[in-house]
Design a protein around this ligand. Structure first.
Ligand code: G6P
Length: 571
């Protein structure tokens, strides 16, 4: 989603801001722009890629830039940020959605202001210009009038400072020698500074070439910087390919990180919970489904896995609830909002995330960091396997396991075998595709179907194997391909019956099985693992690879699927 970058200092502001925007490209965007400050503000915008921005060489020392994910108004040049105020004195970039946009716009129109774009964000530039006076106070005042999310940067003609406020999406400030930086993601700062000040919600900052100052409700505050550990990934032809290939090393890092972070307090919180909620979106929600099944089985505690966008306060009553939030980016607005709801109910919270210093790490009581390394491809792969491992270890440790002999090595070797499974056949992209499974394998089927949808744009779905006969079997004919995942021996007969039923109706069935033949047309045998509960970490890999191959065969860019963003910072 929208990326924000700002720079003020003695360096070349244009180059530094463009470089930051390129680093943030992975978040997903559809248009881009840069405003160069100084005696006047020059704005350059384009629909499409940052590379299409044509900014002449110049000596600007202050600039703000933006990659836009369209919400209000189509992804055109005029709707790209930055937006200029009516008098050209203020330029603004914004990440969020202004819910009371119509009301604020009507007030401005009544004052005779003409709008140059269809965006909600342009309002902010006009409101700031009308406020005048102390720009920091104006930023706080304007943000206070906005209902919704409004993380913003503003620069003013003839001023070498950038003013900013976080309301929703994150902002990080870096202070160098004779220069200051700001970006919505520390990934864009790591090349220039070693640590960053992460703004908390509602905080305001002012950066100049020599210093950064922070404020909350108009009062100056002191903040401690956080070390930037993340490094931008090295450019490569296909990030999703390299991220799948990195799964064994990422799992090893997660293994060490979880061992390092889990302590008795966390384990007793989990053990003593009367009910555990798993909350997440997309792939992270699927990790929550796995967590629910595993913790219910091992700890005999009722669990619920809920989509963050569906998480309401209704179920939060009662004693000893515990909530686990799963999010690769740590920035997903729906997940953060659900966490906030839990906090208001006094429920202890744990975040499982891949990004140290992300918003959720500040909001949750505890954090388990995955350390999977930067994940750039929009469709999550290695972070999912690592989420499952973190949940697996937490559940096993809460259940009394204190030692995981050779776990990373065992997974490493099994994954090498699984990489060899090539499920792709021509009919995968021409026939109607279904994913099925039971229990934890149904979770894998759902993740397989999601991956496939995300990067091939083909309609597919996942079904619980036993539920097929209650509806979806009506869709099955000889133009159907069904991929079945089976890792639990006790499900073998039931799955074999489903396979037979599907084949007798003409479907072509591919099986990924840890328990032998179930009568499919083709079977890929999973290597043996010492614990059945680990299979979901492994069995999803052929499905991740299948989606990737299909996407490439269809001629798409799997790293940047249409309409999807890596980090969804609006609700
Ligand atoms: C977006 C991405 C999904 C991802 C989901 C949750 O929708 O396109 O691939 O699973 O966000 O992201 P998170 O960072 O919270 O795990």
């Amino acid at each position: 989603m929208c990326g924000i970058v700002g720079y003020t200092g003695f360096g070349n502001a244009r180059d530094i801001v463009l470089d930051g925007l390129k680093t943030l490209e992975y978040r997903g965007y559809d248009s881009a722009g840069v405003a160069l400050g100084g005696d006047y503000i020059a704005v350059y915008k384009t629909a499409g890629s940052v590379d299409a921005l044509n900014i002449p060489d110049c000596a600007a020392h202050i600039a703000i830039g933006h990659t836009r994910w369209a919400t209000h108004g189509s992804p055109t040049q005029k709707n790209a940020h930055p937006h200029l105020s009516f008098d050209g004195s203020v330029a603004v970039v914004h990440n969020g959605v202004i819910e009371n946009c119509e009301q604020l716009k009507a007030e401005l129109v009544a004052k005779g202001i003409k709008f140059a774009s269809d965006t909600d964000s342009e309002i902010i530039a006009h409101m700031l210009a009308l406020e005048g006076g102390d720009m920091r106070a104006a930023v706080e005042k304007v943000a206070g009038r906005i209902v919704g999310a409004a993380t913003l940067l503003a620069l003013r003609k003839g001023d070498d400072r950038i003013y900013m406020l976080r309301k929703g999406a994150s902002l990080a400030v870096g202070v160098g020698e004779g220069e200051c930086f700001v970006a919505s993601d520390t990934l864009a700062l790591g090349k220039y500074v070693r640590s960053a000040y992460i703004l908390s919600d509602g905080e305001c900052a002012v950066i100049s070439p020599i210093t950064a100052s922070f404020f909350k409700d108009g009062v100056k505050i002191f903040k401690t910087p956080t070390e930037i550990k993340r490094t931008p990934p090295t450019p490569c032809a296909c990030h999703m390919r390299s991220e799948i290939d990195e799964i064994p090393t990422a799992l090893k890092r997660t293994f060490l990180s979880v061992l390092d972070s889990v302590d008795e307090t966390l384990l007793s919180d989990v053990r003593n919970a009367k009910r555990i909620f798993f909350v997440g979106c997309g792939t992270a929600y699927h990790a929550g489904l796995y967590g629910k099944l595993l913790l219910e089985k091992l700890l005999n505690v009722p669990c619920e896995a809920t989509l963050a966008s569906e998480f309401d306060g209704v179920r939060l009553h009662g004693e000893n609830n515990y909530a686990i939030f799963i999010t690769q980016s740590g920035e997903t607005a729906d997940t953060l909002q659900a966490l906030d709801r839990c906090k208001r109910h006094g429920i202890p919270t744990l975040a499982i995330t891949n990004v140290g210093g992300s918003s959720i790490t500040f909001a949750a009581d505890r954090t388990l960091l995955l350390e999977a390394g930067a994940e750039v491809a929009v469709a999550a792969t290695k972070s999912y396997n690592c989420q499952l491992l973190a949940i697996y270890m937490l559940a096993k440790m809460a259940n009394g396991v204190g030692f995981f002999a050779n776990l990373p090595d065992e997974l490493h070797s099994a994954i090498q075998d699984v990489y060899g499974a090539d499920l792709y056949e021509e009919r995968i992209r021409t026939s109607n595709l279904f994913f099925i499974g039971k229990g934890a394998d149904y979770v894998t089927a759902r993740e397989g179907a999601l991956k496939f949808k995300e990067i091939t744009y083909k309609m597919t779905d996942a079904y619980a194997a036993g539920e097929l006969k209650h509806g979806a079997i009506a869709l099955i004919d000889d133009n159907s391909t069904v991929i079945v995942t089976l890792t639990n021996p006790k499900d073998k007969h039931r799955i074999a019956a489903a396979v037979s039923e599907l084949r007798s109706r003409g479907a072509y069935v591919l099986a990924i099985s840890a328990v032998g033949d179930v009568g499919a047309d083709k079977t890929f045998a999973l290597p043996h693992l010492s614990d059945d509960d680990l299979y979901p970490l492994l069995s999803v890999i052929p499905l991740q690879n299948l989606a990737l191959t299909a996407s490439l065969c269809l001629g798409y860019d799997p790293d940047k699927p249409r309409n999807l963003a890596k980090s969804v910072t609006v609700i």
